[in-house]
Design a protein around this ligand. Structure first.
Ligand SMILES: [Fe+2]
Length: 283
């Protein structure tokens, strides 16, 4: 299995090599989870996670040094992405060491890691060297921005061509979908971004970022939560830049469809279904 794709290269040898290594360590982690207890017991998992975590910190610092050396204008924003991910990995590490034998947390970490890593290397890191699709400034409604970001991320992560896909807008309850995620806003503005995914989308995502759709429920839910986190984070950053300051909180998987009436954008991906929701904003 190899999840690395040549299109991830940024053309800077040292950084590309570290990215390839990161994917290969992450794949070892996935293999170990698949083998379960046969892979050397819980202690072996902890060692893999500790190694991965150290390597991530080392790589981020090397990559930031490179960005400094070329005077990359997006360094501060990029550094924030790195910091947020290191904080997330550390929080997983704490959970893993305080609840010995916790396979569910290992699976959640793997789902989060694979989505974060794939998105980061395939998109954020490409911008360091001016690669990737030019992003037009979307100056429409909040839903226009959310929909644009979701299309870009989904296309990058699942290979689904979202460019010319029609979407249906309406106000009401989000009913279709099998897995629901809420990302609440914090700070001056209150409200939330909502996501409804069908199983087909979840499996497609898992095949792209982990090499297999046959993953545990914990890994799938964590991957969808991270995908929502990426889309919501990019949307919030763009809204903030266009004078609508907002920050997001940690995504939450909902037990069922949200109860309130919201603004909705629906995509029929046949097979598969995605719907985006926006609650009214209050300050
Ligand atoms: Fe990076």
């Amino acid at each position: 299995m190899t999840l690395w794709r040549d299109s991830y290269s940024i053309g800077v040898d040292a950084i590309d090599e570290q990215h390839r290594d990161l994917f290969s360590y992450a794949e070892k982690f996935l293999d170990a989870i698949e083998k379960g207890e046969d892979s050397g017991g819980y202690e072996a998992f902890i060692q893999i996670v500790e190694f991965l975590s150290k390597y991530i910190v080392y790589h981020f610092s090397e990559e930031e040094k490179y960005q400094e050396s070329i005077g990359y204008a997006g360094l501060e924003e990029h550094r924030k992405l790195h910091r947020a991910f290191v904080a997330a990995v550390r929080s997983y590490e704490r959970r893993l060491t305080s609840f010995q034998g916790d396979m569910h947390t290992l699976e959640e970490l793997a789902g989060t890691l694979m989505v974060w890593l794939t998105y980061h290397v395939a998109d954020a890191d490409q911008k360091i060297v001016g690669r990737g699709k030019a992003e037009p400034a979307v100056s429409g409604s909040r839903m226009d921005v959310l929909s644009f970001r979701a299309r870009c991320v989904l296309e990058k992560m699942t290979g689904i061509n979202m460019d010319s896909l029609p979407e249906k807008r309406r106000i009401g309850r989000m009913q279709a979908g099998e897995i629901f995620v809420r990302v609440a806003l914090t700070g001056e503005q209150k409200g939330a971004f909502l996501f409804a995914f069908s199983r087909d989308i979840a499996l497609r995502l898992m095949r792209c970022v982990t090499g297999s759709p046959q993953r545990t429920e914990e890994m799938i839910l964590a991957a969808l939560a991270e995908l929502s986190n990426v889309i919501a984070g990019l949307t919030a950053a763009q809204l903030t830049r266009s004078g609508f300051p907002c920050r997001i909180t940690v995504p939450a998987i909902l037990p069922g469809p949200p109860e309130e009436n919201v603004e909705i954008a629906e995509f029929d991906l046949s097979p598969g279904y995605l719907s985006l929701g926006l609650t009214p904003v209050t300050s």
